[in-house]
Design a protein around this ligand. Structure first.
Ligand code: SF4
Length: 181
């Protein structure tokens, strides 16, 4: 998209693929919150930006749907094999660090409103303040996830011309900036 070429270039300069789409192309389904409730990541009820604390799913879908555009970005991590748990964790860490860096870039764009969703919950603090029942330490940086907002990430990848899965021994993560120009 020509009008966001500079932003896409700046985002890709951080080492990821990126694309801008209309938010009406994003598919939402409350069913994706079930993955959060299954608590495979251990953050359910233990992070201010994760369910159930982040909010009711239909309200979050309505909130995300109210934006006009979404800049979607993708990182691909290399694994030694499909059991390389350490490699997956390293790739997730690299993606989350990228998301935190991109937050600064996105805030500089002067959009009228933004919502930045990452992968698998907020990773700004090593241990979320929710675990000790304290207020969020960095509300300016805190970031929820595509999953928590019910985004169908597989459909999102297709809408952006990206692959959801990128081959044997890789792991792929997504993030998206929802914005109104
Ligand atoms: S910024 Fe820190 S305290 Fe706030 S939600 Fe994220 S991890 Fe939790």
């Amino acid at each position: 998209m020509e009008e966001y070429a500079q932003l896409l270039k700046q985002t890709e300069a951080e080492g990821c693929r990126a694309a801008v789409i209309d938010v009406n192309q994003v598919r939402f389904d409350p069913v994706f919150r079930d993955a959060c409730a299954a608590n495979a990541c251990g953050n359910y009820g233990r992070c201010w930006m994760c369910p159930p604390d982040i909010g009711e799913i239909h309200e979050l879908i309505a909130q995300a749907s109210s934006f006009e555009k979404a800049l979607v970005y993708q990182t691909i991590g290399e694994l030694e094999d499909s059991y390389d748990f350490e490699g997956m964790m390293d790739a997730a860490k690299a993606h989350n660090e990228l998301s935190i860096r991109l937050s600064t870039l996105f805030k500089e764009q002067g959009f009228s409103k933004i919502l930045h969703l990452g992968s698998g919950g907020c990773h700004v603090c090593e241990v979320c303040a929710k675990r000790t029942n304290e207020p969020c330490r960095r509300p300016d940086l805190a970031m929820s996830s595509l999953e928590a907002y019910g985004v169908d990430v597989s459909a999102l990848a297709r809408a952006c011309g990206m692959k959801y899965i990128n081959g044997e021994n890789t792991v792929t993560y997504f993030g998206a900036l929802f914005f109104c120009p």
